[in-house]
Structure formats: structure tokens, C-alpha cells
Design a binder for this molecule. Structure first.
Ligand code: NAD
Ligand code: TYD
Length: 357
């Protein structure tokens, strides 16, 4: 791995991955192709924008001539595809953009890669696709966790579009021989996560004295992974993973949404003893559930542990504390996003008709 193309690198996980690569692999050339949708933010990479190792290109993974020219110009040997529409609630309000980016976009990116890769006849090339546990659908309490052989059973337009993109990546390996790997990861949290997702939304609303919207009964279960651990897992797969293989990644925890929210409000009570909104748990408000809401996700991560020696380094308590502290010390970053009209439009669309106590 010498010349890496990261797609969607201005988003949450992609920007964390770029910071991690620059820290751990100072000899790499990193090209970041990002469309800068509402979720893309160049500020996430401000501290590295003058680094000679790093270059940003504003553009779309669905622009095949552009992608081909990047692959050729920089003689890319590794592509890591983070670019996607990523928020389930937005996929319920407007699914088509999810099909355009996650399915058609990934397909066009693969076509550009196929053309480049087959003309070079190079060895050592890798296309790594970032995916999610949500492609496997929902587990009931007590059911065993998903593993690499679990059937795909996506339930939301988001997870269906991610499932389709996984299938395309697999098919390009099977049919054309493109050297691919895929990783399916559980819910991430940590620095630079856009404040539409549960954890940053709860922190942000606590700081503003706004209600904390809990969908349904709040007993839905996610497995949570600190984003730095996800980045380290991806790096292991790129450097040591087997071509054609899928790896599941997770944090091996099973809190309910309500437990997560109570942990965050408890941390804020401790860190902000003079807050007028303390105890922050008094802001909790049960609201109408998400349609088709998956009840539980859980991952069996023994393959990546045994074959690649990766395990999460952060547990939920240490990861949540680091995350809350990061948001407290980066309120300008949050404010700049929240002040945009598009953000308040989204909050109105998603929450104004949900009711609640
Ligand atoms: P994000 O929404 O924060 O970032 C997505 C990035 O992709 C943004 O920078 C956006 O501008 C860019 N983008 C969107 N469409 C594009 C296009 N057509 N061309 C180029 N760039 C485009 O998402 P995230 O949370 O960082 O997720 C990154 C990837 O990881 C996604 O593929 C997602 O499905 C997957 N994933 C996310 C989680 C999670 O908990 N966030 C968990 C597992 C897997
Ligand atoms: P989210 O962060 O959107 O991730 P995902 O849907 O991909 O798991 O949501 C995490 C969980 O939190 C999910 O069960 C939905 C729930 N949730 C709420 O209860 N309230 C909210 O306002 C949001 C955004 C999510």
C-alpha cells in the first residue's frame, strides 16, 4: 500500500481514518475524493490540509471519468470506499439518494477501478469496501450474533442500499477478479460524527437544554465501537486481510439506547456540575418510533480477532468519556454545523411530528 484513494474521507469515519493513516503510516500518499454533501466537512481535516502526504479532491464517486483520471494520475494501488449516504432516518424520508450514491455510485466506482486495474495488470492492488452490520437485519433477544455466513436481510432503505453495494463488490471480485475485501462494522461513535446520529445528538441537545428524543421504548440494542478501533481494524485488513474475504468488526457490547443515553447524561452531570440542565436525564423524551426500527444488532468478531489479531482497545465507558470530552472541547465545530439552515430543516422534518411525553 503506497498510494491510497479514500472516498468519502471528509465524513465521520473517513476523516478519522485519514488522521489515523497520517499518524501511523507517514510514507503513504493519501488522496481524498469527497462530494462534500451535508455530511462532508473539510474542517474535519483542517489540521492535515497542508500536509504533503494528503490531497483533497472535490468530486463524486459516480463521476467515472474523474475517478479514472485520479486512479491513473496518482497510480493508486489501494481504494477504500467510505462514500455513502449513511443515516437510516434520512433513508426513510428520501430513499432515492441512497440508491444513487450507495448502489449506482459504488457500481460506477467499481467500473472505473475495473478499467484501471485490468489495463495495468498490477499485483498488490486492493479495493476495500466499508459496510455495516445493518445488512444482516434485526436479531431477537437471545439470538446468536451475526457472523460472516449470516444471511443478508436488510430492513431499511439505507441497509438495503448498503447490502446491494456489498453484493456488487463481491460480484466484481467473482466475475472480474478485482482484489477486494469487505468489512461490516457495528455502530461507530467518536470525534467528528455528524450530530444527526444518536450519540452526538444527545450530547448536543443536553448542552442546549433541548429534549433527548428516545424512539419507541428505547430498548433497541446496538453494538458500539469507538471509531479509532474501527480505523485500526480497516488498516489490519488492508495490510493483512485475505483477498475476497469479508470481516466483521464490533465492540462486543450490548447496551440499550436508553442505557447509552443515561451514560451520556451521567457523564455530562459530572463534567458540567454547574449546568442549568442538570440532571440531564430530565431532558429525556420518549417519541414515536422509527418505522421498521431494527431491534437488535450483535456481531461475532472471532475471524478478525483470530486471523488478523485485531480487538477493540476501547471499552464503552472509556470511549464515551473520550467522545463527550471531545464534543465539549469542540463546540465551535458543532455550532458551525447546527447553524446551517439545512440542519434545522432536517431536525424539523424528523422530529416535529413525532410527539412524545
Ligand atoms: P458520513 O455520512 O459521516 O460521511 C459520508 C461521506 O461520504 C461524506 O463526507 C460525504 O460528503 C461523502 N459522500 C457522499 N456521497 C458521495 C459521493 N457520491 N461521492 C463522494 N463522496 C460522497 O458517514 P460515516 O458515518 O463516516 O460512514 C462512512 C461509511 O461507513 C459508510 O459507507 C457507512 O455506510 C459505513 N458505516 C458507518 C457506520 C456508522 O456507525 N457511522 C457503521 C458501519 C458502517
Ligand atoms: P443512529 O445513530 O441513527 O444509528 P443506526 O440507526 O444506524 O443504528 O441510531 C442509533 C439508535 O438510536 C437507533 O436504534 C435509533 C435510536 N435513535 C433514537 O432513539 N433517537 C434519535 O433521535 C436517533 C437519531 C436515534
Amino acid at each position: 500500500m503506497n498510494h491510497v484513494l479514500i472516498t468519502g474521507g471528509a465524513g465521520f469515519i473517513g476523516s478519522n481514518f485519514i488522521h489515523r493513516l497520517i499518524e501511523l503510516r507517514p510514507d503513504l500518499l493519501i488522496i481524498n475524493l469527497d462530494l462534500l454533501t451535508y455530511a462532508g466537512n473539510k474542517d474535519n481535516l483542517k489540521s492535515v490540509e497542508d500536509n504533503s502526504q494528503y490531497q483533497f479532491i472535490h468530486g463524486d464517486i459516480a463521476d467515472q471519468p474523474l475517478v479514472e483520471s485520479i486512479l491513473e494520475k496518482y497510480q493508486i494501488d489501494t481504494v477504500v470506499n467510505f462514500a455513502a449516504e449513511s443515516h437510516v432516518d434520512r433513508s426513510i424520508c428520501g430513499p432515492i439518494q441512497f440508491l444513487n450514491t450507495n448502489v449506482v455510485g459504488t457500481g460506477i466506482l467499481l467500473e472505473a477501478v475495473r478499467k484501471f486495474w485490468s489495463s495495468k495488470n498490477t499485483t498488490g492492488f486492493r479495493f476495500h469496501h466499508i459496510s455495516t452490520d445493518e445488512v444482516f437485519g434485526s436479531l431477537n433477544p437471545g439470538e446468536p450474533p451475526f457472523n460472516e455466513a449470516s444471511q443478508y436481510s436488510p430492513n431499511s432503505p439505507y441497509s438495503a442500499s448498503k447490502a446491494a453495494s456489498d453484493h456488487l463488490v463481491r460480484a466484481y471480485h467473482h466475475t472480474y477478479g478485482i482484489p477486494i475485501t469487505i468489512s461490516n462494522c457495528t455502530n461507530n461513535y467518536g470525534p467528528y460524527q455528524f450530530p444527526e446520529k444518536l450519540i452526538p445528538l444527545i450530547i448536543m441537545n443536553c448542552l442546549r437544554g433541548k429534549s433527548l428524543p428516545v424512539y419507541g421504548d428505547g430498548q433497541q440494542i446496538r453494538d458500539w465501537l469507538y471509531v479509532e478501533d474501527h480505523c485500526d481494524a480497516i488498516l489490519q485488513i488492508l495490510e493483512h486481510g485475505k483477498v475476497g474475504e469479508t470481516y466483521l468488526i464490533g465492540g462486543e457490547n450490548q447496551p440499550s439506547n436508553l442505557e447509552i443515553i443515561h451514560q451520556i447524561t451521567g457523564l455530562l452531570d459530572e463534567l458540567l456540575p454547574d449546568s442549568p440542565y442538570s440532571p440531564h436525564s430530565s431532558l429525556i423524551k420518549f417519541v414515536q418510533d422509527r418505522p421498521g426500527h431494527d431491534r437488535r444488532y450483535a456481531m461475532e468478531i472471532s475471524r478478525i480477532q483470530n486471523e488478523l489479531g485485531w480487538s477493540p482497545k476501547h471499552n464503552l465507558a472509556s470511549g464515551l468519556r473520550a467522545t463527550v470530552e471531545w464534543y465539549l472541547s469542540h463546540q465551535d465545530w458543532v455550532n458551525a454545523l447546527v447553524e446551517k439552515e439545512s440542519f434545522s430543516t432536517w431536525i424539523n422534518n424528523n422530529y416535529s411530528n413525532r410527539g412524545g411525553n
